[in-house]
Design a protein around this ligand. Structure first.
Ligand code: ZN
Length: 395
């Protein structure tokens, strides 16, 4: 990693750094192979305040040239987006309605403000490695759910560069899914109505529907969710000392009274009391119904904290989503793809920035900071059977 700090922002890097990155290290060929092997695919670009839409990129050079284009003097970093595939030419007059693109999901930390207020206190654009875990575990649950319910196999999670995570589903059979089916899938996997509750800071949104706790139950990673809850809510931020009523709101009164007992003073003691009550009823009681109700309450608590809170807009067919390896204009971080099986290991504050890339290109540092994410992209491209999918025969 370069000696330069990963926290350096836009002021710390120059336009030349970004232009050199597009020219020398940006994986344009792989990106075009993955997203643009049909001329009817829309690429768009943000240059400062200017937008350039409906561009075609059939080769890596096409993409590289558009990335390096100067529209005005405000270029901090160009952001490249991929949109849908259109039925005919991409010319404005006969573009037609979008007909295909990957399934895409956007998890933004703004939707977790109720939880962030209880934990690290981050809000608006601010995000830390702790609250980013909500995006990571949300994406992990989403992956498991899409595997289980739709049989999807090829995923590409991508860090947005600041406070979000995009999940791209690259399976061939998923690209032609209709607008209506996309909406239904989004609803099925977590695009519920909770932001209003989240805006009421300090009030934990409680999962309401059976689908919510079933997503935890069927994920097969309940133990991992419990461990994450213990790490963040119980031990580090001691949420059960400050917000106990919010945490146990969905449990039966008998359990609430038990956990609220004066003998349990610390976050750990209260959590132990809650867990003991659930286990006792679930395993030891002859009253099966009571055990089921308690286990469901626990799953709803885990769902409230860790279910993917999806922004429905980016999942729509025509939406433009930032391409992997774009540079975030505010943070200078590169939107790196993450190995799906190592989603939880990603640490955003260690994400390579354009400053790191520049240090490598100028031979100040020896290791390519994008080596690992590039390998992830290449693996995903190899698996995606892009030619079959996006070739002219298909569209
Ligand atoms: Zn935070």
């Amino acid at each position: 990693m370069a000696a330069a700090s990963a926290s350096k922002t836009q002021e710390a890097w120059q336009e030349e750094d970004v232009l050199a990155y597009w020219r020398m290290l940006y994986p344009a060929e792989e990106i075009v192979a993955l997203f643009g092997s049909t001329p009817n695919r829309e690429f768009s670009f943000t240059y400062g305040d200017a937008y350039l839409r409906f561009q075609r990129c059939v080769t890596g050079d096409d993409l590289r040239k558009l990335l390096a284009k100067k529209c005005d003097s405000k270029i901090g970093a160009t952001t490249a987006h991929a949109g849908a595939i259109y039925p005919r030419a991409v010319d404005r007059q006969d573009r037609g309605e979008p007909i295909a693109c990957e399934l895409r999901y956007d998890i933004d930390l703004n939707s977790y403000d109720d939880l962030r207020a209880m934990l690290c206190g981050c809000k608006d654009d601010k995000a830390c490695d702790d609250c980013f875990l909500f995006a990571q575990i949300g994406a992990r649950l989403l992956v498991l759910c899409l595997k289980d319910r739709l049989g999807c196999k090829n995923f590409l999670p991508v860090y947005s560069g600041r406070r979000g995570m995009h999940l791209l589903v690259l399976d061939a059979g998923m690209r032609g899914v209709s607008k209506e089916a996309r909406e239904a899938i989004s609803k099925n996997v977590g695009a519920q109505e909770h932001p209003k509750m989240c805006q009421k800071r300090g009030v934990l949104w409680w999962a309401q529907t059976d689908a919510d706790h079933l997503m935890v139950d069927q994920s097969g990673i309940r133990a991992e969710l419990v461990k994450l809850f213990e790490k963040l809510f119980v031990a580090k931020y001691r949420v059960l000392e400050k917000h106990l009523d919010e945490v146990i709101r969905g449990f039966p009164d008998t359990v609430k009274r038990e956990v609220q007992s004066k003998e349990h003073k610390t976050s750990e003691a209260r959590w132990r009391a809650l867990r003991t009550a659930v286990l006792r009823e679930s395993l030891g009681s002859s009253n099966c119904k009571a055990g089921y109700v308690l286990q469901r309450s626990m799953d709803r608590l885990l769902a409230s904290c860790f279910l993917p809170r999806l922004d429905a807009g980016p999942s729509a067919l025509g939406h433009l989503l930032k391409l992997p390896f774009s540079v975030h204009a505010k943070t200078g971080r590169v939107a790196v793809p993450i190995e799906e099986s190592r989603l939880m290991e990603f640490v955003p504050s260690k994400c390579p920035t354009v400053v790191h890339v520049s240090a490598y290109l100028n031979k100040i540092t020896k290791t390519n900071p994008l080596q690992e994410p590039l390998a992830v992209l290449r693996r995903a491209a190899k698996q995606s059977e892009t030619k079959t999918l996006l070739g002219k025969a298909d569209f």
